[in-house]
Ligand binder design. Structure first.
Ligand code: AMP
Ligand code: GLY
Length: 423
């Protein structure tokens, strides 16, 4: 099989690492991929400078059997639809399916119509109605742009004054079309867990759970980021909570999509809040989490390709996934300044030593390889992952590995998994 993987971040490096191990895969091409991904794939494939818009014609010309889409943007732009039109199976939903991620109002309305547990909410395109609704809520106030706003479209505010201001700014076009509609939500208290389910539109296959650390600095301080480190499995995601998640959230979602005539093929990533009243949906994503994917791939013993193929082609039924008993952890090494502005091009040393640490594998999120030098080339730059007999052992090994890296321009959190050790 010849697979085309779309994307070039840490999530895609981990997917490429896993896919390239499959005996079913003759060739793996990545668009655009990265220098590190090219090194991982080796003789089995290549990275090509093909943009998502050109993927369908490229895939057709190259005789690609399956396209696996890493990030959400190409899905929102209809890449899966374009591939369907040329008859190439795609792991990743159509643009209407991807609305689960690209439109918070779509997802909230779907939850309301099917009594899927989520935060109480209102959706608005007029400021006076939004402000009247705010006065029926209690602080903190959660205000979200409907569409995708580069991770900046959610604000949580303590006072009505700040909330009113956010309503005015968003509706005045702070995020363009993405904030022409806003959602105001009840604030949920609890712990967040990321849950992943593969689906071909009919069958669901659990694909792991994880806990991410979204704030930039230790102790959950500082700005929100894409994720600074994570571990899997989550000790809080018990069999009973898993059962409740599937019966009250994920299965009804798939049923609701089917009723709308949407055949969702790819991964449903449910961002949950584990509350005193059980799991509640915060948001869906139409792709794997990053950095969660990296540690799921470390724990997955089975070949992932039959599951990707099954989801993309409507043949997921009967396919299972076998997981290692060990826990996995991922510490993200980011450039100082991230998630704000930062410089690129600083040299990172010691990566070979880190990769040789016990049970460590490094995935690159934003590097460039220049001869024998590795240079930073992004905000989140490296994922240092490790396996261990339990969460504590996995985390310790990830830190043993990351400490071998010398990169004065970088920073990482030192408390990944700390609160959950020994649970
Ligand atoms: P979202 O893009 O909807 O996932 O929101 C980004 C982050 O904001 C989430 O990961 C949560 O940490 C937080 N968040 C969003 N909605 C709520 C809510 N209703 N209650 C508490 N925290 C929330
Ligand atoms: N790690 C959070 C996300 O991928 O959205």
């Amino acid at each position: 099989m010849h697979i085309l993987l779309v994307g070039g971040g840490g999530r895609e490096h981990a997917l490429a690492w896993k896919i390239a191990q499959s005996p079913l895969v003759r060739r793996l091409t990545c668009a655009p991929g990265s220098d590190a991904m090219a090194a991982t794939i080796g003789a089995k494939g290549t990275c090509v400078a093909v943009s998502p818009a050109d993927v369908p014609s490229f895939a057709k010309a190259e005789g690609i059997d399956l396209v696996v889409v890493g990030p959400e943007a190409p899905l929102a732009d209809g890449l899966a639809d374009q591939l369907e039109a040329v008859g190439i199976p795609c792991f990743g939903p159509s643009a209407v399916g991807a609305q689960l991620e690209t439109s918070k109002a779509f997802t909230k309305d779907l939850c309301a119509a099917h009594t899927i547990p989520t935060a109480a909410y209102g959706r608005f395109d007029a400021a006076d109605e939004a402000k009247a609704f705010l006065r029926t809520m209690t602080a903190p106030y959660v205000i979200k742009a409907d569409g995708i706003a580069a991770g900046k479209g959610v604000v949580i505010l303590d006072t009505l004054e700040e909330a009113d201001k956010a309503v005015d700014e968003m509706l005045a076009g702070q995020f363009g079309e993405a904030s022409a509609t806003i959602v105001i939500e009840e604030f949920l208290t609890g712990t967040e867990v990321s849950v992943f389910a593969l689906t071909d539109g009919e069958t669901l296959l659990h694909c792991g759970d994880a806990q991410d650390h979204k704030r930039a600095f230790d102790g959950d301080q500082g700005p929100n980021t894409g994720g600074m480190g994570c571990f899997s499995p989550s000790p809080l995601f018990t069999p009973a909570i898993k059962e409740a998640t599937y019966t009250s959230i994920i299965e009804p979602t798939l049923k609701a999509l089917k009723e709308k005539g949407i055949t969702y093929r790819g991964v449903l990533y449910a961002g949950l809040m584990l509350t005193e009243d059980g799991p509640k949906l915060i948001e869906y994503n139409a792709r794997f989490g990053d950095p969660e994917c990296q540690i799921l791939m470390r724990r997955l013993r089975s070949d992932i390709v039959p599951a990707l193929w099954g989801a993309a082609t409507g043949r997921l039924s009967g396919i299972g996934l076998d997981w290692r008993a060990e826990a996995s952890a991922n510490v993200v090494y980011a450039t100082k300044g991230y998630p704000g502005s930062y410089d690129k091009g600083s040299e990172i040393k010691g990566l070979d030593d880190a990769a040789e640490a016990d049970e460590a594998v490094l995935f690159h999120a934003g590097t460039k390889i220049d001869g024998d030098k590795v240079l930073s080339n992004g905000g989140r730059v490296l994922n240092v992952t490790a396996l261990g007999d339990d969460l504590g052992a996995a985390v310790d090994r990830a830190y043993e590995a990351i400490e071998k890296i010398s990169w004065p321009e970088g920073f990482y959190r030192t408390d990944i998994g700390k609160a959950y050790r020994g649970l």
